[in-house]
Design a protein around this ligand. Structure first.
Ligand code: GLP
Length: 244
């Protein structure tokens, strides 16, 4: 596990965006795993700026997002499909039919299986971007999730619903209670994994990611078994790590 400590969230975004650009430029048909949430927002902005200034082509890129809420339509502003379209896809020359997210409508269980098969068909994912929940979740793999899990339907736990209420007018009752997420094994099948985090509220989860023996209580600790993991974090998120 390589740990890169940056002075702030801006530097985290810049370094991660550069890794994505390198992956796009060095692979003929790059497959990217993408994340949502507030942490990658600036990174997407930098990627859009790069497209406008340097015309890096996304024409051959295939993307798979980590997760999607159940029950929100794709034009619902809180859906991850909407987030991806608005923050990245509509600003670059990507083929929309090559941008995949789990389908959060209809038969959730079946949709999860279909998604896992799509990843298998086009994968492996060359570079998977991850954020992290304050409870150590990756994607929407909540504490207690089996490390062998594939894409599946999850019941979001209380902490996650509370954390994500900020995107739903701070109204917990509006936050969907279920989501479809890549499983931990799905994530670990990626060739390279980059986890980005900033802010003091992520410090405890980062501490466990690095120091705690793998346990399902901290889903992020599953990453310790993968040999190509890069953690890009700011000083605050790194504040509980020892100097060494
Ligand atoms: C959500 C997403 C995760 C993300 C996490 C952290 O729950 N499903 O993929 O990593 O939030 O989000 P933020 O970056 O907003 O703290």
């Amino acid at each position: 596990m390589q740990i890169i400590i940056c002075k702030n969230g801006e530097e985290v975004a810049k370094k991660t965006a550069n890794l994505i650009l390198k992956t796009i430029k060095t692979n003929k048909n790059p497959v990217l795993g993408l994340a949502t949430g507030s942490t990658p927002l600036l990174m997407y902005k930098l990627l859009v700026e790069d497209f406008q200034q340097n015309c890096t082509s996304w024409a051959n890129v295939i993307t798979f997002n980590l997760d999607e809420y159940c029950g929100l339509s794709s034009n619902n502003e809180q859906s991850y499909r909407y987030y991806m379209n608005e923050n990245l896809f509509k600003h670059i020359n990507i083929d929309f039919s090559q941008t995949y997210l789990p389908n959060g409508n209809g038969n959730f269980k079946l949709n999860a299986e279909v998604y896992e098969n799509q990843i298998i068909n086009f994968g492996p994912i060359d570079l998977q971007i991850l954020g992290i929940g304050t409870n150590g979740h990756i994607g929407f793999n909540e504490p207690g999730t089996d490390f062998n899990s594939l894409t599946h339907v999850v019941n979001l736990n209380e902490q996650t619903i509370k954390d994500n209420a900020r995107f739903f007018n701070n109204d917990i009752s509006q936050v969907p209670k279920q989501a479809i997420t890549m499983g931990i094994k799905t994530i670990l099948n990626s060739k390279v994994i980059v986890l980005m985090a900033s802010g003091i509220n992520k410090a405890e989860a980062i501490y466990h990611l690095v120091n705690t023996k793998p346990t399902t209580q901290w889903p992020c600790t599953a990453l310790q078994s993968h040999d190509q993991v890069i953690i890009i974090i700011d000083k605050d998120a790194a504040s509980l790590l020892k100097k060494s």
